[in-house]
Design a protein around this ligand. Structure first.
Ligand SMILES: Nc1nc2c(c(=O)[nH]1)N[C@H]1C(S)=C(S)[C@@H](COP(=O)(O)OP(=O)(O)OC[C@H]3O[C@@H](n4cnc5c(=O)[nH]c(N)nc54)[C@H](O)[C@@H]3O)O[C@H]1N2
Ligand SMILES: Nc1nc2c(c(=O)[nH]1)N[C@H]1C(S)=C(S)[C@@H](COP(=O)(O)OP(=O)(O)OC[C@H]3O[C@@H](n4cnc5c(=O)[nH]c(N)nc54)[C@H](O)[C@@H]3O)O[C@H]1N2
Ligand code: SF4
Ligand SMILES: [Mo]
Length: 756
């Protein structure tokens, strides 16, 4: 008998509620859950493709062990036995830092991984931790931590109430939003317009979001900080600064005025490619509209001035009175308890980075990890502390990070590597042992990170829909078995005992906080109250119950527990975001630091670059609704239609460079070269080309039947690991200098292409 089930889509930050019809172990259909008050029934093609992901014959279900150039299936016991011997031998001989860890993006979307990766990191005790965070949002975490005290104190555009949204380097109509969890984002944007509001897009491409916006400006890649500083300049010059009720909590206003002084609209207009008069008008609109928010993302983050371009939107929010007010940019207060809702209110330790440095280039540690730009050199460079083994968790760094050619050579040179992955793909093919995860439908789900980034307070939990299949295991158990063998308990450590230990530590930390509802309570008591739950569910229950709406284990009877969410499969909708200043602040001064030293220092670099001439052609990326970084290309449903991995180029550039529409072009950067079909289009700024990332599925030894047949070109073969956003160490993926030329093809092939 078919049954209807509900769960949250784990594939992107939109976190849509899904309605699935299943029969036995088979998924019959997937659609949006109309009763989910937050996602409003929305679903995108990737959500539908969960059915194919679940059934994908290429998805790994058994550990794989390398034998020379081939792979064989192995039992879990054997896989852990091999890891126990080889990984521990390396640690014993070369020390803890000889093991590198890379944590990929799905680790944030997979609840088991999100909750247990920390335990593995702690057990490994290596400084060499890297993640997708430094090819993504690290600049925002750094600027937020400096201004507000913690790395996840990120102001979120109050999308449902704002009257003015400026979108900078984001394309939510394709990406479905990021650092702004807002399912059904297209409709939500239209509603801004319907209620008389305005949307402005700043992007070197005329993106889908630009198409629906009221106004779009092309901007030279990497120049957003100039544009934003010019807005700040106008706000001061025209007396438009009005901080509103948060004024008494702000420090550094005079510093900002001074810093912005050289960046007049006239001084930056040519650099950015936006007219000075437009910059002035946009500044006035931001200040004079009853509420306004700026949404800056990947284009503003993965660029040379990423931290400045992520800091300045929040400076503008403060200057225009839009920080912490409805319709502006607001802080969340998620039900599971954010770091900025714990401990003493309104003051904290603040943020320090650079406590350690990378061995080779001396790049600063940031949030207990190193920039992934340093990963290849840390593997390649001999000496004390050289990385000899890698543990790669739900990541595809040889496609999704920098200089893929070098990264591949580095990975191939490792003494030992483990991949926790669900595919034998471009990265996991370098592993000695691959430990597979489950189908998302076999995992329970709670969005720890995205509840904290959502435009509405809500809480939702999905139970695992299907049992763990015979012979497989959930990844949180895999993590704990790894913890066990690293800490000397051998390959068959008692996972339940380790799990008890991990939660006991969490309880002890929480109970030590004077402000906690369980302050002073005994760990044993709380453990008993959490019975009979285990694993991620026990942790989530614990976090919800000690969170701002929780039952406090008896101190607030009738309030939220995990059982409440289990009884409400469409989620519990809590309401709009509420003002949180000053309580949310965790800076040592207890103030919003408008002009943190690190960022003030980086404006010197910005000023110096103002007069440097730009390269003739630069590369940026783009996303497509049916992609998900590098790893959903094995779904036939998503791969339909015309090829998407093309190079967008403006007709003027194409004509000058001799590149023809539909023909192959060669694109070269300092580090690599690719060939990719050109798509000549007016929807991109002259001087800029765009190639999507996550392609290049023709690597030997991968097992991706569908993706292998549509390989596409790997744009990250061009990404230069030497150029960074200085304060955060984040990679530069937007604005890579390139040369573009036509690929001379034999006449016959050319004729055939034309005939098609
Ligand atoms: N040029 C360019 N490069 C970019 C970007 C860009 O805009 N332009 N964007 C960057 C961004 S924002 C990000 S987040 C990174 C992503 O960088 P990564 O996280 O390194 O790469 P992904 O492509 O997301 O690969 C995810 C991997 O996780 C595996 N996986 C999926 N689900 C699971 C699971 O449940 N368990 C396990 N164990 N494995 C799983 C997949 O098979 C795949 O191998 O890419 C970055 N790279
Ligand atoms: N369909 C789909 N959805 C996804 C993903 C995916 O791969 N596919 N990945 C997910 C992940 S991991 C993330 S982090 C989010 C990212 O979500 P978004 O930030 O919305 O990502 P993009 O769609 O890449 O939009 C970035 C935009 O920045 C523009 N841009 C490039 N350089 C510059 C610049 O210098 N300045 C300005 N102002 N703009 C610039 C690009 O043209 C592009 O339109 O998407 C998530 N959602
Ligand atoms: S937008 Fe698509 S991929 Fe993202 S959560 Fe919703 S259905 Fe899933
Ligand atoms: Mo990302």
């Amino acid at each position: 008998m078919p049954q209807t089930r509900y769960r949250i889509c784990p594939l992107c930050e939109a976190t849509c509620g899904l309605e699935l019809v299943v029969e036995g172990r088979k998924v019959l259909s997937i659609r949006g859950d109309e009763k989910d008050g937050f996602s409003e029934g929305y679903i995108c093609p990737k959500g539908v493709a969960l059915k194919e992901l679940d059934a994908d014959p290429d998805r790994l279900r058994t550990p794989l062990v390398r034998e020379g150039e081939t792979w064989r299936e192995a039992s879990w016991d054997e896989a852990f036995h091999i890891i126990d011997l080889r990984l521990n031998a390396i640690i014993k001989e070369h020390g803890r830092n000889s093991v590198g860890v890379y944590i990929g993006n799905p680790s944030v979307h997979n609840t088991g991984l999100a909750l247990y990766t920390q335990a593995l990191r702690k057990a490994l005790g290596t400084a060499n931790v890297f993640s997708a965070g430094t090819v993504d949002q690290m600049p925002k975490q750094v600027s937020s931590a400096l201004m507000f005290g913690t790395g996840l104190s990120i102001p979120i555009p109050d999308l449902d109430r704002t009257q003015y949204l400026m979108v900078i380097g984001a394309n939510p109509l394709e990406s479905n939003g990021s650092l702004m969890t807002a399912p059904n984002v297209g409709e939500r944007l239209k509603r801004i317009q319907k209620r008389g509001g305005k949307i402005v897009v700043i992007d070197p491409r005329f993106s889908k979001t630009a198409e629906m916006a009221d106004e779009h400006h092309y901007i030279r890649p990497g120049t957003d900080a100039y544009f934003l500083f010019a807005i700040v300049n106008v706000l001061f010059a025209e007396g438009l600064v009005d901080l509103g009720p948060i004024a008494e909590h702000v420090r550094g206003l005079d510093d900002i005025r001074e810093l912005a002084a050289p960046f007049t609209p006239d001084a930056v207009a040519e650099k950015c490619g936006i007219a000075a008069a437009d910059i002035r008008r946009l500044a006035r609109e931001l200040a004079n509209t009853e509420s306004a928010a700026i949404h800056a993302r990947i284009g503003a983050s993965t660029q040379e001035f990423g931290t400045l371009a992520n800091w300045l939107p929040d400076v503008i929010h403060v200057l225009t009175g839009n920080l912490d007010r409805p319709g502006g940019a607001m802080f969340t207060n998620p039900a599971h308890g954010a770091g900025n809702a714990k401990g003493k209110s309104g003051i904290g330790k603040g943020f320090r980075m650079g406590r350690t440095k990378t061995r080779v280039r001396g790049l600063a540690e940031v949030f207990a990890e190193f920039p992934v730009a340093a990963l290849a050199e840390e593997i390649e460079t001999p000496g004390d502390g050289q990385i000899r083994a890698m543990v790669c968790i739900a990541g595809n760094p040889v496609r999704s990070t920098l200089n893929s050619g070098r990264m591949e050579r580095a990975f191939a040179s490792l003494d030992f590597m483990i991949s926790l992955d669900i595919y034998l793909n471009e990265t996991s093919r370098f592993a000695d042992v691959i430990l597979p995860g489950l189908s998302p439908l076999e995992n329970c789900h709670y969005d720890m990170a995205f509840a904290q980034l959502a435009i509405q307070e809500h809480a939702r939990f999905s139970r695992a829909m299907f049992d763990v299949p015979e012979g497989q295991q959930p990844e949180w158990k895999t993590m704990l078995r790894l913890v066990g063998l690293i800490t000397g308990m051998g390959p068959n450590a008692d996972v339940d005992m380790l799990d008890d230990y991990v939660i006991q530590q969490m309880i002890e930390r929480e109970a030590a906080l004077e402000t906690s509802p369980i302050h002073g309570r005994s760990t044993a008591d709380i453990m008993t109250a959490l019975e009979p739950r285990r694993g991620p569910e026990r942790m989530i229950d614990f976090m919800l119950r000690t969170g701002p709406l929780g039952d406090g284990f008896g101190s607030r009877p009738g309030e939220l527990t995990l059982a409440t969410l289990e009884a409400n499969p469409h989620g519990v909708r809590i309401g709009p975001l509420e003002p949180r200043i000053p309580d949310v602040l965790r800076t040592p001064s207890g103030k919003i630091e408008l002009a943190p030293e690190l960022l003030v220092a980086d404006t010197t670099r910005l000023r110096e670059k103002l007069d440097v001439s730009d390269p003739e052609m630069v590369l940026v990326g783009r996303r497509h609704l049916r992609s998900n970084n590098s790893w959903m290309h094995n779904s036939p449903l998503l791969m339909g239609g015309k090829p998407r991995c093309t190079m967008h180029i403006h007709p003027e550039d194409a004509a000058r460079l001799g590149v023809e529409d539909g023909e192959l072009a060669s694109v070269a950067s300092r580090v690599g070269k690719i060939e990719v079909a050109a798509e000549v289009t007016e929807d991109i700024m002259p001087g800029v080309i765009s190639v999507p990332h996550g392609w290049g599925h023709d690597a030997p030894g991968t097992r991706l039947g569908v993706a292998n047949a549509h390989p596409g070109a790997n744009s990250n073969a061009l990404a230069d690991e030497e150029v960074l956003d200085v304060p955060s160490g984040n990679a530069v993926l937007c604005g890579i200098p390139v040369t573009v030329s036509p690929v001379a093809r034999p006449r016959k092939a050319r004729e055939m292409a034309v005939a098609k």
